[in-house]
Design a protein around this ligand. Structure first.
Ligand code: AMP
Length: 226
């Protein structure tokens, strides 16, 4: 069975970290719309120019644009054994489009990493990214000042949208646009809420358990059907 995982949760919940761990553990690609948009901004493409101003305010880039990016990415052969989506879908329209894109594949497993707002604001203010390898690091990994990347030695900077005013705007956008997705998905047997205030290793174990339970259910259904 393919591992088709959606990592949901507010900004700062640890989606990116968990998506990366899952991707590495299962040998599937991590597909992050935020990373792809930042790459386009960096490269100065037409898409990047359009996305930059929107991203800097914490608002969402248009559904058509991100749906197009994800549709193209999921058409590539490396997603056949599975994928983990990080930061997509973020609106009900994106979720509907995704259901159409993945029609005929193994079911989506949806993991919602829940973290209270006050914890998120603190985490995002302290978060730094590496200008060289693009790694993201929270306060626990930045002991001793945190100006140099613990992974590659590159310079650490704050993401343009991690300052407090933009963080508040992003959390508001999340409440308004992305929370309704929980209603969209919650009736599915493959939807799971995970406590994101736990240590990263515990969150990782909970994600693995959610995916395993989906695989068990699927095997049982397949056996009943045969
Ligand atoms: P992230 O790295 O996931 O926090 O995304 C950073 C920014 O990129 C967001 O605040 C949005 O402006 C934009 N973005 C990323 N993913 C999406 C998406 N699925 N839909 C709309 N905008 C997105």
């Amino acid at each position: 069975m393919a591992f088709n995982l959606i990592m949901m949760g507010p900004p700062g919940a640890g989606k990116g970290t968990q998506a990366e761990r899952f991707a590495r553990a299962h040998g599937v690609p991590k597909i992050s719309t935020g990373d792809m948009l930042r790459e386009a901004v960096q490269a100065g493409t037409e898409l990047g120019r359009r996305a930059k101003a929107i991203m800097e305010t914490g608002k969402l880039v248009g559904d058509d644009i991100v749906i197009g990016i994800v549709r193209e990415r999921l058409a590539r052969a490396d997603t056949v054994p599975g994928f983990v989506l990080d930061g997509f879908p973020r609106t009900v329209m994106q979720a509907r489009a995704l259901d159409t894109i993945v029609e005929g594949r193994d079911p989506l497993v949806i993991v919602d990493i829940a973290v209270p707002d006050d914890v998120l604001v603190g985490r995002l203010a302290a978060r730094r990214v590496c200008g060289k390898c693009a790694g993201t690091f929270g306060p626990a990994e930045l002991a001793g000042g945190g100006t140099v990347c613990p992974r590659c030695g590159g310079p650490l900077v704050q993401r343009a949208d991690d300052n407090e005013a933009v963080v508040r705007a992003r959390l508001e956008v999340y409440e308004r646009e992305t929370q309704p997705l929980i209603e969209y998905y919650e009736a599915r047997p493959t939807f799971h809420v995970i406590d994101g205030t736990q240590p990263p290793d515990s969150v990782q174990a909970a994600v693995a358990a959610a995916v395993e339970s989906a695989a068990v259910t699927r095997r049982m259904l397949a056996e009943q059907g045969s």
